[in-house]
Design a protein around this ligand. Structure first.
Ligand code: H2U
Ligand code: ZN
Length: 345
């Protein structure tokens, strides 16, 4: 039996996290039947008087949102981290370690329109969000080592509200995943003298079967080591450490590729596609960070329809993450998806 990535069980290495994923393609070798369970179109009002993110409405803490007309950022009323948390200390027992964490959490409304998603917003509107992500990163990066920008979209991902919004958590230390990506990129740079994600992007562009989208400044791929069925990694082609470093062209190209990717996602199962996405850029630590390359991860939970999600359970909680369809198959399905949003057809 000669080994085929598309046929035989194997494990793939994630060099960003120093983790492995079990791939079991033989379980899905049946061809895709293309069954799309049509969901009723989720028609929301442009303004929802009960939404705590809509312009002019009252939030949980009694404050009223301004009548914003593009984006709006506010300090999270239930922030997970606080700027003035007292120092944590728990003695010297290695089994009971704790650490102080200080930080800030913000909520960012992408649009005053309650009924839109990033995928449905215009390029000009998305550009304002990109600029805001960059500005927030720069502002908080002056005070905190790590600025985590993210979006939880859809009830399936635990988003509390359908109003288009994301979050920012800035902390004085690197979270575990951020720290691992930092260490892994540094180790690769020390060993090979080039940046892991820049080498990776170059290889993926040459190979092509995991590439989803590309424009002058950006590349979107289904990573070789992806865990989530339709996971995507979005990478700038030129060296860029962080969001604020993106120039005018790179920002406009980001808007274009983001919109195309999100429309494809929505078209895959003809549903407003749930996901968690977020940006990883070099830590604000005063170091040179030549090993870092800015990137965004998209982790969507859906597996085979608008309602069937992947569960990270059993073997995955106890041994290792696992997937059935290969990233190459996922990439091919996404490449076939139209770039016109299904709600407009
Ligand atoms: P998610 O939908 O990703 O959970 O984000 C919504 C955030 O909004 C959540 O972190 C905050 C919650 O704490 N929030 C406020 O800050 N004020 C409110 O009035 C309600 C929710
Ligand atoms: Zn709203």
């Amino acid at each position: 039996m000669t080994f085929e990535f598309s046929e035989h069980p194997h494990r793939r290495y994630n060099p960003l996290l120093d983790e492995w994923v079990l791939v079991s393609p033989h379980r899905t070798n049946r061809p895709w039947r293309g069954s799309v369970e049509r969901q009723p179109l989720d028609r929301r009002p442009r303004y929802d008087p009960d939404c705590y993110l809509c312009p002019g409405n009252m939030r949980a803490n009694g404050e009223r949102n301004p009548l914003y007309d593009a984006t709006f950022v506010f300090a999270n009323d239930f922030a997970a981290v606080l700027p003035d948390a007292p120092p944590a200390h728990l003695g010297g027992n290695p089994l009971f370690r704790a650490a102080t964490v200080r930080g800030e959490a913000r909520v960012i409304c992408f649009s005053p329109r309650h009924d839109l998603t990033l995928a449905e917003m215009s390029p000009a509107e998305i550009r304002i969000v990109v600029d805001l992500w960059a500005a927030q990163t720069a502002e908080l990066g002056a005070r905190y080592q790590w600025v985590q920008i993210f979006e939880n979209r859809g009830e399936m991902m635990g988003a509390s509200n359908a109003h288009p919004h994301g979050q920012i958590w800035a902390t004085d230390s690197l979270g575990s995943i951020a720290a691992r990506e930092d260490a892994q990129q540094r180790a690769y740079y020390d060993r090979y003298g080039s940046a892991l994600l820049r080498d990776y992007a170059r290889e993926e562009r040459a190979i092509g079967d995991r590439r989803l989208l590309e424009n002058d400044s950006w590349l979107a791929v289904a990573p070789f080591w992806a865990v989530w069925p339709f996971e995507t990694l979005l990478l700038p082609k030129a060296p860029v450490p962080r969001l604020p470093d993106l120039d005018e062209t790179q920002r406009n190209d980001l808007v274009a590729i983001l919109k195309r990717l999100l429309v494809k996602y929505d078209n895959l199962f003809e549903v407003s596609f749930p996901y968690s996405m977020g940006w990883h850029g070099a830590p604000f630590n005063g170091a040179d960070n030549a090993h870092w390359q800015l990137h965004a991860h998209f982790f969507p939970p859906l597996l085979r329809s608008a309602t069937v999600k992947k569960f990270m359970v059993g073997y995955e909680m106890l041994a290792e993450a696992q997937r059935d369809i290969t990233p190459e198959q996922a990439a091919s399905r996404l490449r076939e998806c139209s770039e016109t949003h299904f709600s407009l057809r």
